[in-house]
Design a protein around this ligand. Structure first.
Ligand SMILES: NC(=O)CC[C@H](N)C(=O)O
Length: 302
């Protein structure tokens, strides 16, 4: 397929949506993002990259990091994780507290904040450094210099009352192994990783290759890769997962930095970035671009 032309067409379809969203400002360091920024990259299963707009500009990956913490935890620690976190859509906002008490401290899924804190905790126990494990993986898959933006991490920590509340609540149910402060530090550090659409599209390639990394080694079994894709489809865009599946039809993981990483199994991974968000915290222009791409190409999991 002429991917370069197809993603240029998708960008053109998204341009009218650039100012329709609102930049996340509950993390002050993200509030300065320019809502007219837009980038999109498609990395094929062979590692060939097509990009348009600001596809090489690093942005704050935020909750896209939760895809990598989940994957690396499953790869290193196996299925035991599922005793501590569920895999059902929550139907509530990503930072919601309400379900956690009703469900005895077991978060609905690994992509809402409560679930991601449990996954970060497990990854930290398995590796001794959860955030660096994610950075190292992103470097290896993309070949890029990848680091945490300390200003964003500090900014979020300084305004992190909700995440602190979630972490303490989890700890009160015995669902954290490490100290709350350690888990929060690593959580903020992996959310504040800066990476570009190019880097993330390459880093998502293992899901398009059914579990195989860029260097040909296997990270997940084929069945585990299918399962991670399934959790992305049902939970990756929070309480908008139904709408995202309806419009885009691909497993996808969004972040409040405005990025969305979507997987085309057997074909490649696409990352799109534009900081204006809808009420659920997903990039308005990003969803519009992916909608246009899958509608034009017919590439979807359905
Ligand atoms: N949806 C997101 O990207 C949220 C991530 C952000 N770091 C938070 O915890 O609120």
């Amino acid at each position: 397929m002429p991917y370069q032309r197809l993603i240029a067409d998708a960008m053109a379809a998204a341009v009218p949506h650039l100012h329709r969203g609102r930049v996340a400002d509950y993390i002050p360091a993200l509030a300065a993002a320019d809502p007219s920024s837009f980038g999109m990259a498609l990395a094929t299963v062979d590692g060939e990259v097509h990009g348009v707009g600001d596809f090489e500009r690093a942005f704050s990956i935020q909750s896209i990091s939760k895809l990598f913490t989940l994957t690396l935890t499953l790869a290193l620690g196996g299925d035991g994780l599922w005793e501590r976190v569920g895999r059902e859509p929550s139907g509530t906002p990503f930072n919601s507290l309400v379900q956690l008490e009703f469900e005895d401290g077991v978060p609905r899924n690994p992509f809402i904040n409560a679930g991601a804190l449990v996954v970060t905790d497990r990854l930290h126990s398995l590796t001794g450094d959860a955030a660096e494990t994610v950075r190292e993986f992103l470097r290896a898959e993309s070949g890029a210099v990848i680091g945490t933006d300390a200003e964003v991490a500090v900014s979020e920590a300084g305004h992190g009352h909700r995440n602190s509340a979630l972490a303490h609540f989890l700890a009160s149910y015995g669902n954290l192994e490490n100290p709350v402060a350690t888990v929060l530090d690593h959580y903020y550090a992996h959310c504040a990783i800066a990476a570009s659409c190019r880097d993330l599209a390459l880093a998502g390639g293992f899901l398009a290759r059914h579990g195989v990394r860029a260097d040909g080694t296997r990270l997940l079994t084929r069945s585990e890769a299918k399962r991670v894709n399934a959790v992305m489809l049902t939970c990756g865009t929070y309480d908008a997962a139904g709408e995202f599946a309806y419009r885009v039809g691909l497993p996808g993981k969004s972040g409040v930095g405005g990025g969305i990483l979507a997987v085309l199994p057997g074909v490649g991974a696409i990352c799109v970035w534009s900081p204006g968000l809808d009420a659920q915290g997903n990039s308005v222009a990003g969803v519009a671009a992916l909608d246009a791409f899958t509608t034009a190409t017919g590439l979807s999991v359905f």
